[in-house]
Design a protein around this ligand. Structure first.
Ligand code: GDP
Length: 466
């Protein structure tokens, strides 16, 4: 799959705006491909009179971008990065102009007129992958890094970007390949009758590989949470202090408000970072909305949120007796990971906790005052504890995506299949089939055995210009 010598990429030169569109100090139009330098030289006039083609790689030239009639479009810096020392390993030119929408649109249009074509989503990174600069897991990490919502998510992405996952997967694949070679040699010369000893050794190696895969799988749930956020629902009847809690959680670590373009949603996604764990607060807008008194609706909404959540924070007002509405909230907690939060701890308690604690003994109780911000430290520690089990913060979290996790599970299942075959005393032939499948599944993570469709699908999730 990897074609390190294919510097032409898909043969043509692509161009896109690489920076976010809008009014900004600078913006970058990026070109990649065999014509990149020639196209830039047709529209860029350096103050020094130098042409890009005659300038060494990685040197910035100052000058102006002119249209084909010679009139100045903008002042800019232009840098060329020659193959293979560039992001895509092709010739890359970056035109740094002022960041206005019109300016950049004009420059982009000129590059198209001169023979570049619009880059598809993720096409720069795809070329980097196809030209062997990144493996697939690292290429995917580029998008994770760009969209990281918290410091922890960024750290995981960088680890992947610098080949962390590949370094785990490659030795596994090499080991599998060695086993395959060994087994096939045995099969070819059955009269040697070394099969039993060989199979025993193979089984031992398979168990070792399984342990490594299992570790990656275990870290993956943390990885997913760090990447996507722990989906958290704050539920409770009106006036128990849900919005106050939300504000308290958001206030401490400055929350990042995102509103994801391209998705039709009437809610705001907000992340609160709790000891490095991003909480994705479900339907923040709905929590903040004034309750309308139509209680059925309130419970319906609470039910929806609770269903969608990884973690439910159920809020009760400890300063007032519990009501039937509170009971309805308790009923929603069944089967969920939930914390029972007794709010308004700054006021005199109106009910005794012990009967509740024995009724809901499997849930964690926290006494808090959202208004006075008391008890929140304990709450946060408990939330962090859900994500990182003791000592796990040091664990290498490398797998963040559902697809990668599935591939690991499939690889593990093939390896277990191979073990069963060995234990069942079946022929080595059957063992090799499973080993080969496991080897292929692991290769899909790094992109070595990924099909073109899978690769296209992955890069289609990127944004233009990346
Ligand atoms: P929501 O309807 O569940 O979102 O509740 P709010 O957060 O809007 O709070 C309802 C009322 O309870 C407001 O007047 C808050 O100031 C008050 N409140 C919230 N948390 C506390 C608390 O910890 N202690 C006290 N004394 N009042 C609180």
């Amino acid at each position: 799959m990897t074609t390190a010598d294919n510097f032409g990429g898909e043969g043509d030169t692509i161009s896109a705006i690489a920076t976010a569109v809008g009014e900004a100090g600078i913006g970058i139009v990026r070109l990649s491909g065999a014509l990149a330098v020639a196209i830039a030289d047709k529209i860029f006039v350096a103050a020094s009179g130098l042409r890009l083609a005659e300038t060494p790689s990685h040197r910035a030239l100052y000058g102006h971008i002119k249209d084909l009639t010679g009139s100045i479009i903008d002042e800019c810096l232009v840098i060329s990065m020659r193959a293979p020392h560039s992001y895509t390993r092709e010739d890359v030119v970056e035109i740094q102009s002022h960041g206005g929408r019109v300016v950049m649109g004009r420059i982009l249009a000129l590059t198209y007129e001169l023979g570049a074509r619009p880059a598809q989503r993720g096409e720069f990174t795809k070329r980097a992958f196809l030209n062997g600069r990144l493996d697939l897991s690292a290429a995917e990490a580029v998008m994770d890094l760009i969209s990281a919502k918290t410091e922890a998510a960024r750290q995981v992405a960088v680890k992947q970007l610098t080949g962390g996952l590949r370094r785990k997967i490659e030795p596994l694949r090499d080991e599998l390949l060695a086993m395959l070679a060994h087994l096939e040699a045995t099969i070819d010369f059955p009269e040697d009758d070394i099969e039993a000893a060989t199979l025993e050794a193979v089984a031992e190696k398979i168990n070792k590989s399984l342990a490594v895969i299992q570790e990656l799988i275990t870290g993956a749930s943390t990885g997913r949470i760090l990447r996507e956020g722990l989906k958290t629902a704050i539920i409770g009847k009106p006036n128990v202090g849900k919005s106050s809690l939300l504000n308290a959680l958001l206030a401490e670590e400055r929350a990042i408000v995102t509103d994801i373009p391209g998705t039709t949603r009437d809610t705001i996604e907000e992340y609160a970072e709790v000891e490095g764990v991003p909480l994705l607060l479900i339907d923040t807008a709905g929590i903040r909305e004034a309750e309308d008194g139509a209680e059925k609706l309130g419970i319906e909404r609470a039910r929806r949120w609770a269903t969608a959540a990884d973690l439910v924070l159920a809020v009760f007002d400890h300063s007032k007796p519990l009501t039937a509405e509170d009971e309805a909230i308790f009923a929603l907690l069944k089967g969920k990971t939930a914390f029972i939060l007794l709010n308004k701890s700054d006021l005199a308690p109106a009910f005794d906790l012990s009967p509740l604690q024995s009724r809901f003994s499997s849930y964690k109780f926290c006494s808090i005052s959202a208004k006075r911000e008391q008890g929140l430290t304990e709450l946060k520690a408990a939330i962090a504890g859900l994500t990182y089990t003791a000592g796990e913060t040091d664990r290498e979290v490398l797998v963040t995506k559902e697809e990668q996790l599935n591939l690991l599970r499939e690889a593990a299942s093939h390896l277990r299949g191979a073990l069963t075959t060995i234990e069942g005393g079946l022929s080595a032939d059957f063992v090799t089939i499973d080993l080969k499948s496991a080897w292929e599944k692991l290769g899909e993570i790094t992109g070595d055995t990924a099909t073109e469709d899978i690769i296209d699908e992955i890069f289609a999730r990127f944004c233009i210009g990346k």
